[in-house]
Design a protein around this ligand. Structure first.
Ligand code: ZN
Length: 231
């Protein structure tokens, strides 16, 4: 990872731009996501306007998702969850594309493959076959984040949690611990239990270096917290 200015990019989904259309992915906004190096690019935003109607949503899903992902998308019960799911992939496409050299061979839509390392199902860490970028995304009740990285390992997580309060009664795990742990899991460092134990011991600081990973705390106004882990 190169140390340099933070690459900071918000994601906005333009309400009138039609389904699956991103606008404003380049305007800097330090409040949104301070990525730790120019090899990492992230975007975060509210995906409320990915699709204007159920029909737009179905067309957007058909545009952006492969067959298995469309099946997963269609099984989500709430429209907001379906929009979050779709917006996360659109955001991932936007940030990954910006880290790739201009190439006419790039398809109009990047195809993210998810194949679970445990059960083989179409979920788990996303990959871009043939493209040397790590990608990760997360969504939380109307918010999405996606990041891409010119490296091997990357994990991002967001959640609407109090950073300093326990996530459950009498739990030693705070919201902050939880999103750090999720980012570590998504970067392939640990299972969740081990990641939680690991993150519990960290001192108060925005950045932590741990076993070859940099873990950065993220924070937005309104109670949204997150973490990004990358090598
Ligand atoms: Zn699985």
């Amino acid at each position: 990872m190169r140390a340099s200015d933070p690459a900071v990019h918000p994601l906005a989904v333009h309400p009138s731009a039609g389904r699956g259309t991103l606008a404003n992915v380049t305007a800097p906004s330090p409040a949104l996501l301070a990525a730790p190096s120019t090899d990492v690019l992230g975007a975060a935003g509210v995906p409320t306007a990915v699709t204007a109607s159920d029909r737009d949503a179905a067309a957007g899903a058909a545009d952006w998702l492969d067959r298995e992902q469309q099946d997963r998308w269609s099984r989500l019960l709430r429209a907001q969850d379906r929009d979050d799911f779709l917006a996360a992939r659109i955001a991932a496409d936007a940030v990954a594309r910006r880290l790739l050299p201009d190439s006419p061979a790039l398809p109009a839509r990047l195809t993210f493959v998810q194949r679970c390392e445990s059960c083989g199902g179409p979920h788990g860490r996303p990959r871009l076959p043939g493209i040397p970028l790590a990608v990760s995304w997360a969504h939380a009740r109307g918010w999405v984040i996606a990041a891409a990285h010119r490296g091997e390992r990357l994990g991002v997580d967001i959640d609407l949690l109090d950073a300093h309060a326990p996530i459950a009664d009498s739990s030693p795990v705070s919201g902050r611990h939880f999103v750090r742990a999720e980012a570590l899991v998504k970067a392939g460092a640990y299972d969740l239990d081990t990641a939680l134990e690991t993150a519990l011991d960290w001192p108060e600081s925005q950045d932590h270096r741990h076993r070859g990973l940099l873990v950065r705390d993220l924070q937005w106004p309104g109670g949204l917290i997150g973490a990004l882990a990358c090598d």
